[in-house]
Ligand binder design. Structure first.
Ligand code: URA
Length: 433
């Protein structure tokens, strides 16, 4: 078999067979195919697409390219959740403890943030002492003991995705439904959980910009998950508005604690209740009403917060910070941005807000960049709110030298203020199962 022929076949729009896909993945991971040939194939896939059968073959070949996690030692039903990437998305820190407090088993590997989207592992590592890298057996024991462990992906989990993603990042081939679906689902399948809930984000702060594209991606991933024998559902959620008020690692942990204590912002609390309800339904087959009532009870009676504390203690984190969030480290500078005109916040370009947060130090532009856990943004005026000229609309936190005019212009450029009150944003568009 020759890589040249595989590229040429896809360039002409033909369907690749399983042997061709397996060959390309196996040989690329062994460094027997050069990056330039794989780049050419990735671009051909972007332009010509793939059938469901090809996407499934690609996903399975990628999932089998390295270690796969065997969760059979865990007593109970394992459930995983994955977000396609957003701004201010701290839902894993909330829904994991909720469903674990109700008896589901959450054995979850998460990723670091890249570009304007945040990553769960960076948020967890902002808790002093929290270890995201623990031995496999300790991870399984912890899930059996307290129902939850949140760790980083092992080095050898889906090495094909690591290599392909790095190449996509520099060849303008990230935004392709077959490539996103296979990248996400190969990691979910290799990570071993029986049930998988996908949170597919749509809007200015997401890869998918339209509900139509998000639906296509969600349907593709749900089909792959179900074909691979995992119960898979997807929720299509709004990322045209940052989730909650806080963006940045320590800020997001603090906001997650607020939700777990029943004092969180309405949009974030609402999404978390919905996501946790679907996760619990998948594990137990109970009705939506009964599941949601239990999820709300876990938030209201403190059992979800108690589970989060147990998780932090089990993984070596300083629980004093969870009990007294005011003790978290603080940034050097706080900058208040003010509205230039009176009116309603009509729209927030969430991707642009994510980029500002990244530039303040909360995220990475390159994989090797260090993160400032204290950096980020508090959005004090969200979509739909009325502001008077001169009101504080956001607080920016950083320890870097900054140009206040530039930050002000960037932020104001990301929001639209209008005289007309916009409708209340819809947070959940669709469920795909
Ligand atoms: N998240 C992933 O893991 N892979 C993608 O391709 C996009 C988002």
């Amino acid at each position: 078999m020759k890589m040249y022929d595989i590229i040429d076949k896809k360039r002409q729009g033909y369907q690749l067979n399983k042997n061709e896909i397996e060959y390309f993945i196996k040989e690329y991971v062994k460094n027997n195919i050069p990056d330039y040939q794989v780049s050419a194939l990735l671009m051909a896939i972007c332009l010509k697409g793939m059938t469901d059968e090809e996407i499934t073959d690609l996903t399975i070949a990628m999932a089998n390219s390295g270690d796969t996690l065997d969760l059979s030692q865990i007593n109970g039903i394992t459930v995983d959740k994955h977000s396609t990437g957003g701004v201010g998305d701290k839902t894993t820190l909330i829904v994991g403890p909720i469903v674990a407090s109700l008896g589901c088993k959450v054995a979850k590997m998460s990723g670091k943030g890249l570009g304007f989207t945040g990553g769960t592992i960076d948020k967890l590592e902002s808790i002093d002492g929290y270890k995201t890298n623990i031995k496999r057996q300790d991870f399984l024991n912890q899930v059996n003991k307290i129902g939850i462990s949140l760790i980083s992906q092992s080095e050898n989990l889906v090495p094909a995705d690591k290599k392909i993603y790095a190449l996509r990042d520099v060849t303008a081939t990230v935004n392709s439904i077959p490539l996103i679906a296979s990248s996400i689902m190969s990691k979910k399948i290799a990570a071993g959980s029986k049930c998988i809930l996908l949170d597919v984000k749509v809007g200015s702060g997401a890869f998918m910009k339209t509900i139509e594209d998000a639906t296509k991606l969600a349907q593709t991933m749900v089909n792959i998950g179900n074909m691979a024998g995992r119960e898979t559902k997807a929720v299509i959620t709004n990322m045209d508005i940052p989730l909650g008020h806080e963006i940045g690692n320590i800020l997001e942990v603090k906001e997650a604690i607020d939700v777990l204590k029943g004092n969180g912002p309405e949009d974030l609390t609402y999404i978390c209740i919905e996501l946790a309800t679907y996760m619990y339904m998948m594990c137990t087959k109970k009705s939506k009403e009964e599941s949601m009532a239990l999820v709300k009870k876990a938030l209201n009676d403190g059992s979800a917060f108690k589970k989060f504390r147990e998780l932090v203690i089990a993984q070596g984190g300083n629980v004093n910070l969870i009990d007294n969030p005011e003790l978290f480290l603080k940034p050097k500078y706080t900058i208040e941005l003010k509205a230039k005109n009176s009116g309603y916040i009509e729209h927030i370009d969430t991707g642009k807000i994510g980029i500002i947060s990244c530039n303040l130090g909360a995220g990475r532009n390159k994989k090797e960049d260090a993160i400032d856990y204290t950096a980020g943004i508090t959005i004090t005026a969200k979509t739909g709110e009325f502001v008077n000229k001169g009101d504080v609309i956001a607080k920016l936190y950083t320890s870097k030298k900054f140009d206040i005019q530039e930050l002000n212009d960037m932020y104001l450029n990301a929001i639209t203020i209008s005289k007309k009150q916009p409708p209340k944003p819809q947070m959940i568009y669709k469920i795909i199962d």
